[in-house]
Design a protein around this ligand. Structure first.
Ligand code: ZN
Length: 196
């Protein structure tokens, strides 16, 4: 395992912490002199904050730890290509290098839509390494969204079943219809077979 892979695994661990909270799993670590000095994972939902991206959390912690807003000599390992906000903050922090797990073609600003990290017009450019532990970084995200789709589907089905049950109960209590058998929900399994 290379040094980059070793630190990216730690970033992936942070991404999993986000997933455990139901947040989109993006994680990062900042390394200085061969040591992790700050960690961050996406907490946008829990903190009700646009700013609670993994990268900004870690930049803030690293600056506190070093007692300096400048992160010269540091490297960030991040599981997903940074957005425009985080890429801007990384340039502002004067960080030396960013190592990226997987790209974000829809919103990434470190090479996909833009490359804010390496614009010659700015006074600082960041060295970038792409594709470290790419499969694993990508799988963390795809697994999360697959689980989410299953969960949403199950919740929808449970809600529907509860609604149907209460409707049947109401009708039965009101004596307007015979219970259960006459309910339209009986037809539904057939429908779902036709349209899986
Ligand atoms: Zn961001």
């Amino acid at each position: 395992m290379t040094i980059d892979e070793k630190f990216m695994k730690k970033a992936i661990h942070q991404a999993r912490r986000a997933a455990a909270l139901g947040e989109i799993p993006i994680g990062c670590v900042i390394v200085c002199d061969g040591k992790v000095i700050a960690r961050g994972f996406n907490q946008r939902l829990h903190k009700h904050s646009t700013l609670a991206h993994a990268e900004l959390e870690a930049i803030d912690r690293a600056s506190r730890k070093l007692g300096d807003w400048r992160l010269e000599g540091c490297t960030m390992y991040v599981t997903l290509e940074p957005c425009q906000m985080c890429s801007g903050a990384l340039v502002q922090s004067r960080i030396d290098r960013v190592v990226i797990g997987t790209m974000n073609p829809k919103a990434g600003c470190a090479g996909s839509l833009l490359n804010i990290l390496q614009m010659p017009q700015f006074n600082h450019q960041v060295e970038i390494t792409y594709g470290v532990c790419e499969k694993e970084c990508s799988a963390v995200l795809t697994d999360f969204f697959a689980d989410l789709r299953v969960r949403v589907k199950e919740e929808k089905a449970a809600r529907k079943a509860a609604e149907t049950a209460s409707l049947v109960r109401m009708r039965s209590e009101a004596g307007t219809e015979p219970p259960a058998s006459a309910d339209p929900s009986e037809k539904k399994p057939q429908k779902s077979e036709e349209n899986p």
